[in-house]
Every structure is written in structure tokens, then in C-alpha cells.
Design a protein around this ligand. Structure first.
Ligand code: PLP
Length: 355
């Protein structure tokens, strides 16, 4: 893929690395590529970051034909920049797009576009501990026409923003509300895809949880409101009597997280028995009361790992590991972030240097 480059006249001032937050400061450039039914993908370009013009009848604004990805570029101690398993994001986006009847962007082109984008924006990859450049590839229909159909034109774009260390003062266990009414995904739906619509539908659960004093929602399966699936926008894992449990991804309702897959690799390597199986909320709460529930944590690119300290389901409540970060949770966090930031050797071949 040839990528055209259009230089900015002036560059933005870089924000202070101690107050980056998440998604507040966009970099100078964006990657754009257009697709039409007749011509396929064309005019890949990296151009100055700027608003885009859409017709009010653009189908995305009405029917949410949109998918996205999320990954990071990490600055190592030797100054080099690396990516973590970007081809997994490329393949996942293809699966999302297939479900939403959107065109596939080739895996090699996706990885090339991310690499070129990061090269252009290398000065935006922060170097303070545990900061990174968050990369957001996304695709949406651009056709204007109000009929519901597979659109005849799409845009694939990549934008980026430097993000701060997720944990300023060490891992911080969160309080979770098990949502027993609203659902995130059903079999046959779009639960396994990263599409904007899934997120729109999940905000109410988050608002409800926050109103009740909880940080996040634990989603149960849509059919039975019984099996645990995901926490907020993360995959979730449990350590029960020394074994690991997490929801299977072959049901079509759980997102196949890159972090999830990487952690399961590490856990199996360390000799843990990993059960990718459905776990009922009743069994979970019982394990909590019996003292068998040793650790609970969410996994995702943004936070890497998010320890769970408290679970509430209807009138029942369990505290996990005294509200403290578990030993295994900490070890997984240290190992994965160690590989991602190049502090420890990557014997899995997960990282690739960009510049
Ligand atoms: C993105 C996402 C995850 C985590 O995936 P990673 O590839 O690990 O970042 C988990 N669940 C949902 C619903 C997501 O959207």
C-alpha cells in the first residue's frame, strides 16, 4: 500500500506527560483511506488531523455502521518504540467488519498503516513510566442515503493520543455491580465485535452502577442472565481454588481481547489450569462466601489489568482478597507491562519495533 503524506504547517504543542489522562490530546496527523463499491480501497494518506465533513444523511449517523480498534505504541527505556501484537487487532477488525457487512481492510495494510502513523507521530509517544500512545483505528460508512443497507462507501481512519499511566499509585481494586436486568450481548448479535453500537447500549448500565456507588458493571449472558461474561469494556478472569476461569469466546457474545489471550498464554505457561468455560453468578458468589474465590480481575488494553475488590449481585455482596490486589494479578500486570514496555524479554514474539 502506498501512503501519501501531507505535512502540517504548524505542529501542536505537546501536553505535559504528567497530566495526559485518556483521549484528551489528539496528535498532529491522521491516517485516512477510502473505500467505494466500484474501486475498493484507495488513496491511503497521512494528513493533518482535522474535522471531517459528513452529510446529515450519512448512514453511520443513523444506523451505526461503525467498528473500531484500540492498541498502543510503547516507548522502551532505550528510546525505541514498539507495538504489541497489532495483527491481532487487524484480524479482529476484519471479524467485526464481516458481522457488520463492512469491507475488510487487509491485515498487512492495517499493520503498515499503524506503523507508518506511529513513525510520523514518534515524538508523540511519551516516555514517562507506563505512559503510551493510544492508537484508534476505526471504520464507518460514508454513503448518504437513508435506506438501511450495506453502504457503497466507507472510510478507514487512524487517530492517536498520548495517554497517561492508568494507575498513578499502583493497582487499585474496583467495586463491581453485577447487572441483572440490562444485557450487553446475545448469541447471534454483535457482542464479539468492537462496534460503537455495543458501547452505546452499555452506557446505561454504567450510569446505573455509578449511581449505586460502583465503578463498573459485570455483564451476565443475555439469554439466562446467569453466566458471567465481561466487566465494563474488559474481559474478566477469576482465580478459584487455584484455577483460572474466564468466559469462552466461541459463543459470539464475548470480545476476544488481545490482553485476555496474552494473559491466558502466560497463565498456562506458569502451570495454571485455565478453564474457558461458562461460570454462573451463583457459583461465583458461593465461591466468594466459601473463601474459594481468591482473585478477580478485568483485562484490556487501556488498563492492562483491573483488580476487582468487591462484587455485588442483587442483595448479596462479596469482598475479594480484603479489597487488595492479589499476588497473581500483580504478577500478570508486571509481566505483561514488562513485555509491552520492553523491560523484560519478549520470548513470545509479541512485540515489534517501529522506530
Ligand atoms: C476492547 C474490549 C476488550 C479488551 O480487548 P483488548 O484487546 O484486550 O483491549 C474487552 N471487552 C470489550 C467489550 C472490548 O470492547
Amino acid at each position: 500500500m502506498d501512503i501519501r503524506f501531507e505535512q502540517c504547517e504548524t505542529l501542536k504543542e505537546k501536553p505535559d506527560e504528567s497530566s495526559l489522562g485518556f483521549g484528551k490530546y489528539m496528535t498532529d496527523y491522521m491516517f485516512v483511506c477510502d473505500w467505494t463499491k466500484d474501486e475498493g480501497w484507495k488513496d491511503a494518506r497521512i494528513v493533518p488531523y482535522a474535522p471531517i465533513e459528513l452529510d446529515p444523511s450519512c448512514v453511520t449517523l443513523h444506523y451505526a455502521q461503525e467498528t473500531f480498534e484500540g492498541l498502543k505504541a510503547y516507548r522502551r527505556e532505550d528510546g525505541k518504540i514498539q507495538l504489541f501484537r497489532p495483527e491481532m487487532n487487524a484480524k479482529r477488525m476484519q471479524r467485526s467488519n464481516e458481522r457488520l457487512c463492512m469491507p475488510a481492510f487487509p491485515v498487512e495494510d492495517f499493520v503498515q498503516a499503524v506503523r507508518e502513523f506511529v513513525k510520523v507521530e514518534q515524538d508523540w509517544v511519551p516516555s514517562a513510566p507506563n505512559t503510551s500512545l493510544y492508537i484508534r483505528p476505526f471504520m464507518f460508512a460514508t454513503e448518504h442515503a437513508l435506506g438501511v443497507h450495506m453502504a457503497t462507501s466507507y472510510k478507514f481512519m487512524i487517530i492517536g493520543c498520548p495517554v497517561g499511566a492508568y494507575y498513578a499509585t499502583g493497582l487499585d481494586p474496583v467495586k463491581i455491580l453485577v447487572e441483572d436486568e440490562l444485557v450487553r450481548a446475545v448469541k447471534g448479535g454483535t457482542g464479539f465485535t468492537k462496534c460503537g453500537g455495543n458501547y452505546a447500549g452499555s452506557i446505561l448500565g454504567q450510569v446505573k452502577a455509578e449511581k449505586m456507588g460502583y465503578d463498573q458493571v459485570l455483564w451476565l449472558d443475555g439469554e439466562n442472565r446467569r453466566y458471567v461474561e465481561e466487566v465494563g469494556t474488559m474481559n474478566i478472569m477469576f482465580k478459584i481454588s487455584g484455577e483460572i476461569y474466564t468466559a469462552p469466546i466461541d459463543n459470539g457474545t464475548v470480545l476476544a481481547g488481545v490482553t485476555r489471550d496474552s494473559m491466558l498464554h502466560l497463565l498456562r505457561d506458569w502451570g495454571y489450569k485455565v478453564n474457558e468455560t461458562r461460570l454462573s453468578v451463583d457459583a461465583l458468589m458461593k465461591a466468594g462466601h466459601d473463601g474459594a474465590l481468591e482473585e478477580v480481575f478485568g483485562t484490556g488494553t487501556a488498563a492492562v489489568i483491573s483488580p476487582v475488590g468487591e462484587l455485588r449481585y442483587k442483595d448479596d455482596e462479596v469482598i475479594i482478597n480484603d479489597m487488595k490486589t492479589g499476588e497473581l494479578t500483580q504478577k500478570l500486570y508486571d509481566t505483561l507491562t514488562g513485555i509491552q514496555w520492553g523491560r523484560i524479554e519478549d520470548k513470545y514474539g509479541w512485540t515489534q519495533v517501529v522506530e
